[in-house]
Design a protein around this ligand. Structure first.
Ligand code: KG4
Ligand code: ZN
Length: 347
């Protein structure tokens, strides 16, 4: 067994966890959502300062919840890329300091590899290869998971991430931040076929469309035009539920089609889901239905593992450490790093 203390501070969640391979001993997540809500989105500088205030308490609680001590820990991990640089620095500095102090190996972890490993925490028998659809506020990626550290990016968004589209459309419909849960709730009382919307296909220079890439900015503009037109017609009776349901169904259809196609093209038998948008009820419903029609297995981790947490970072770090991978104590944080470059984090 490999026991890891892991830290995640890449965006607006301060998180610490202790995991033994695929078993969670403790997982503490301090969300900053209520702080950023007043600004209508995440403010990077505010996020870093808040991480600084919260990080020590989160780590102490991770130890007390797990009822473990430093003697039980084999390595200390932290998300080091991609993310907000100031926010990442807080977690990485804490992890490096603790690793040096307690003479444990330090491991930097790629945030998206962490999201992939969330599936291992909920489905402990899961084995690669499989396809992971990662849909969050910052990412929309279809990732071919070949092995630990070996990934291929099959499809991505050309503009807004799926969660970003939910947040922007929610702002248009005056539903507040974060927009995804609000749209999901409201869509339940709306008609998903009320307003046909564009799915966001990406044209290829040689003709036809990219099979796995998507675009959400056209869809957002379509909602904006509809809101403008309908508000002119009757400003007091905007059909918000129908707009939300139609938008949500279009996003779910676009993601489902591309995911199933990618899995089938690559001969994969299993699809896993991760990121905040994985909570979306329509996406879960459409993917589950399409997977069963295509004889594919689907792993839908519980929401607390889909959104940012440190347990998923620890799970990835445990496997790397078992393979002898450790990071330099001089490892730098990076705002961007392709998932295909994960192995450059290790020596
Ligand atoms: O993964 P996450 O917690 O944070 C990162 O962006 O890394 O994802 C947050 C995103 C937000 O854009 C939020 O609106 C979206 O996930 N989200 C949802 C739902 N719950 C959260 N989107 C659609 N439906 C939901 N139920
Ligand atoms: Zn994330």
């Amino acid at each position: 067994m490999t026991t890891i203390l892991a830290i995640e501070t890449s965006c607006d969640e301060t998180a610490a966890a202790i995991v033994k391979n695929r078993k969670i001993c403790s997982s503490v997540v301090a969300s900053q959502i209520t702080i950023h809500q007043q600004y209508g989105g995440v403010v990077p500088e505010v996020a870093s300062r808040q991480h600084l205030k919260t990080i020590n308490d989160c780590i102490l609680r991770a130890f007390s919840d797990a009822n473990l001590t430093w003697q039980d820990i084999d390595g200390v991990a932290a998300t080091c890329a991609p993310g907000l640089v100031g926010a990442l620095l807080v977690g990485v500095s804490a992890a490096k300091t603790l690793a040096l102090l307690h003479r444990k190996p330090f491991l930097g972890v790629h945030h998206l590899e962490g999201h992939i490993y969330a599936s291992y925490l909920s489905e402990t028998e899961l084995k690669p290869p499989f396809l992971c659809l990662l849909v969050s506020g910052g990412h929309t990626s279809s990732i071919y998971v070949e092995d630990c550290g070996k990934y291929e990016l099959l499809g991505t968004t050309r503009d807004d991430a799926a969660g970003e589209a939910f947040d922007k459309v929610a702002r248009l419909l005056k539903l507040g931040y974060p927009g995804g849960p609000a749209i999901d709730r409201l869509a339940k009382s709306g008609n998903p076929e009320a307003f046909p919307m564009p799915e966001g296909k990406i044209s290829l220079p040689q003709g036809g469309y990219h099979p796995y890439d998507s675009s959400f900015s056209g869809l957002k503009t379509a909602v904006l035009r509809l809101v403008q037109k309908l508000s002119q017609e009757d400003p007091d009776r905007l059909p918000v539920a129908d707009l939300a349901a139609s938008f949500q169904a279009t996003v779910a259809r676009s993601l489902t089609k591309r995911t199933i196609l990618a899995a089938r093209d690559r001969g994969l038998e299993t699809i896993t889901l991760g990121g905040g948008v994985a909570a979306n009820s329509e996406l879960r419903k459409q993917l589950t239905l399409a997977a069963s029609k295509n004889n594919l297995k689907i792993c839908l981790p519980p929401l607390k593992l889909c959104t940012d947490n440190a347990a998923m970072i620890g799970c990835a770090a445990a496997e790397h450490l078992e393979r002898g991978h450790t990071s330099s104590i001089n490892l730098k944080v990076k705002s961007r790093l392709p998932i295909t470059e994960v192995m450059q984090l290790y020596q």
